[in-house]
Design a protein around this ligand. Structure first.
Ligand code: OSB
Ligand code: MG
Length: 377
């Protein structure tokens, strides 16, 4: 459903941007590389009233998508923030329209929109979950497990997450690290909820290998082919019994409509950053719900800011599969909010309270800040 009632407009005075470097508890390896530090941008909207927080989920390099830290910083400071500050006041629902003339840069748009939305909701004392249409106060928590040294090491790592109580395991795969890794986890742990994520590492020529995954009774295979391979994904989906889920390819509600029309996916991973904001994410949720397509909330190693927003989004009724919304401790020893997400009975709570429902820990924020700039009108 669309939002029940629009949120208040805010008089924007400026935005503070920070690049943070958050050390990871362990290296995170995907088909596109290994990270030991999460480089991320945090946004603070300065208004006549409440301030608001957002997160730009770009990475240090353009490997998951074309966006990255410096491109995000540049387009935010040079184009997107000035366009927002040129408005006398902006409603959260109006942000996307103001930014629409600027092509792409969806993660930046999403981070700015979230900061405005948080400021607006805080000024009204309204919760993000309620605003989006959440129907739960906690969400089942899945964990995304990076590629390990070998399948035995993967089994050890997964065992630890299962002991913690995670409701679903996702393992990263790439050519040469797919069948044996998946087989090892399935054999070690029986009927656990298990899925794989290839982050675009294959081509249609790898169909025989990918079809071997069918014997592992996976919930889904996520993004086997390239971002713009909608037709090839449809061809692959016809070949596999494992449901194909798209992540990178779904950059907007329009892309979701096209993918469903083509038969490129039967499940969709929704990430607000990738699609340009939580309101576009809501639109994708709504259209998938109407089409009977299950969705789940993806993650981008969010700090406590984005993690709170993701939990609220994942509490919507169409999110019928566990999301990549793990406890903060899965990635970080210290988070930048005062009450980081914890795992409780395999679930993460949707924070209660105005806006995101979390408070930013300014000391922690300062500890991890490597670059800071304030743009005012
Ligand atoms: O493909 O889902 C992905 C992290 C960074 C970039 C892309 C992806 C991921 C993850 C981690 O899988 C999900 C999480 O935040 O827990
Ligand atoms: Mg993915």
């Amino acid at each position: 459903m669309p939002i029940a009632s629009p949120a208040a407009s805010v008089a924007l005075e400026g935005f503070e941007l920070r690049v943070l470097n958050l050390p990871l508890v362990a290296p995170f390896t995907t088909s596109f590389g290994t990270e030991t530090v999460r480089e991320v941008i945090v946004v603070r909207a300065l208004t006549g009233g409440a301030e608001g927080w957002g997160e730009i989920v770009t990475g240090a390099a353009p490997l998951y998508s074309s966006e990255y830290t410096q491109s995000a910083w540049d387009v935010a400071v040079r184009w997107l923030i000035p366009a927002l500050l040129a408005e006398p006041s902006v409603s959260p629902e109006g942000v996307a329209g103001v930014l629409r003339p600027f092509v792409g840069h969806r993660m930046v748009k999403a981070g700015l929109e979230l900061a405005v939305l948080d400021a607006s909701l805080r000024s009204e004392g309204r919760e993000l979950g309620e605003y989006l249409g959440a129907v739960r106060d906690r969400v089942p928590s899945g964990v995304s497990v990076g590629i390990q040294r070998d399948p035995a090491a993967l089994v050890d790592t997964v065992a630890g997450y299962l002991e913690e109580g995670y409701a679903r395991i996702k393992i990263k795969i790439k050519p040469g690290r797919d069948i044996a890794d998946t087989a090892a986890v399935r054999e070690a742990f029986g009927t656990i909820a298990l899925q794989v994520d290839a982050n675009s590492a294959y081509t249609l020529a790898d169909g025989d290998t990918l079809a071997e995954l069918d014997r592992f009774d996976l919930l889904l295979i996520e993004q086997p082919l390239q971002e713009d391979d909608l037709v090839d994904h449809a061809a692959l989906a016809r070949r596999l019994s494992t449901p194909v889920c798209l992540d990178e390819s779904i950059v907007s509600a329009k892309a979701a409509i096209d993918a469903l029309a083509l038969g490129s996916a039967s499940i969709i991973n929704i990430k607000a950053g990738r699609v340009g904001g939580y309101l576009e994410a809501l639109a994708i949720h709504d259209l998938c719900r109407d089409a009977g397509i299950p969705v789940w909330c993806g993650g981008m190693l969010e700090t406590g800011i984005g993690r709170a927003a993701n939990a609220a989004l994942a509490a919507l009724p169409g999110f019928t599969l566990p999301g990549d919304i793990s406890a903060s401790s899965r990635f970080y020893t210290r988070d930048i909010v005062t009450e980081p997400a914890v795992l409780d009975d395999g679930h993460v709570r949707v924070p209660a309270g105005p806006g995101l429902g979390v408070q930013v820990d300014l000391d922690a924020l300062d500890e991890f800040t490597v670059l800071r700039e304030t743009v005012t009108r």
